[in-house]
Design a binder for this molecule. Structure first.
Ligand SMILES: CC(C)(COP(=O)(O)OP(=O)(O)OC[C@H]1O[C@@H](n2cnc3c(N)ncnc32)[C@H](O)[C@@H]1OP(=O)(O)O)[C@@H](O)C(=O)NCCC(=O)NCCS
Length: 241
């Protein structure tokens, strides 16, 4: 909007350094603790290695997600397109304090889970995806990011919502998560209901949820053999969803 200045001015045009604009658009990140590599023995006997996403992973993940967003089954398309945006937002710095975990089996990318820290007391779950089905890959990935928020960052509340029936069954139903009053409270993913975990519900029962369902704990000391098998990540050759 242009308005005539109410006083004579020495210069009538100013140039702005875009790095100053960036300083306003992307606030300084919190100093988040790192995710420690873990492995998880799935119910079907396969071992999944869970590590943090790095910037080097981003180009191949984006290429892969382009294919996922074309799958109009079980809500893979809507979740895929949103996850594409969230991965890009990490490198474009348009997501506040994100954390992104990748699940690999023998080097193959099979699971994804992300979230972000909203305040020092509250974290928000964004998305979970399984690219190898029927192995409870999604369950392990959702548990891993909840563990990160509750146990490592130590937030007091974890807010999720569910865009698909399988997502709701995995963590809404199986974790028996209560909801906040709606529409007063809305999740940032489309304004849906907020399902939440508190420090108490986590410590009293949910911390043992995955081990109780699948029978195994996450192992934060993956063997050298597991690390080696997952040193180089590759995308699944075929999308068999
Ligand atoms: C939600 C999700 C992460 C759950 O993870 P998961 O339980 O490891 O995922 P799967 O899709 O392998 O299995 C979920 C259910 O789908 C059904 N299913 C999956 N593949 C199937 C197939 N080939 N035939 C029949 N049923 C199938 C089964 O009911 C299965 O449950 P079961 O393993 O207890 O039998 C995963 O389904 C997913 O990535 N969905 C798309 C993205 C999404 O919706 N994310 C969550 C957003 S809230």
């Amino acid at each position: 909007m242009k308005v005539t200045p109410p006083v004579p001015v020495s210069v009538d045009k100013m140039s702005i350094d875009v790095s100053e604009i960036e300083g306003l658009l992307s606030p300084p990140p919190m100093n988040l603790p790192p995710w420690q590599d873990a492995s998880f023995l799935l119910g079907d006997g396969r071992t999944m290695f869970i590590r943090s996403m790095t910037e080097q992973d981003v180009p191949m993940l984006l290429e892969f997600m382009k294919k996922v967003m074309e799958v109009n089954k079980d809500f893979y398309d809507i979740v895929g397109v949103r996850v594409y945006g969230e991965i890009l937002a990490v490198v474009r710095k348009r997501l506040k304090d994100p954390f992104t975990l990748l699940g690999l089996i023998d080097g193959e990318f099979v699971g994804f889970a992300n979230g972000r820290i909203m305040t020092k007391d509250r974290a928000v779950s964004l998305h979970t995806m399984a690219f190898s089905r029927r192995g409870k890959v999604g369950w392990a990935m959702y548990y891993a990011k909840t563990y990160y928020a509750m146990e490592i960052v130590k937030v007091k509340e974890w807010w999720s919502t569910f865009e698909s029936y399988n997502g709701w069954r995995m963590a809404g139903l199986a974790m028996a998560q209560p909801t906040k009053p709606w529409p007063e409270y809305q999740h940032e993913l489309g304004g849906a209901k907020i399902y939440y975990v508190t420090e108490d519900s986590w410590n009293d029962s949910l911390k043992e949820w995955l081990p109780n369902y699948i029978g195994n704990q996450m192992d934060f000391n993956p063997t050298d053999e597991i690390r080696k098998a997952n040193e180089v990540m590759r995308m699944p050759e075929k999308l068999e969803l």
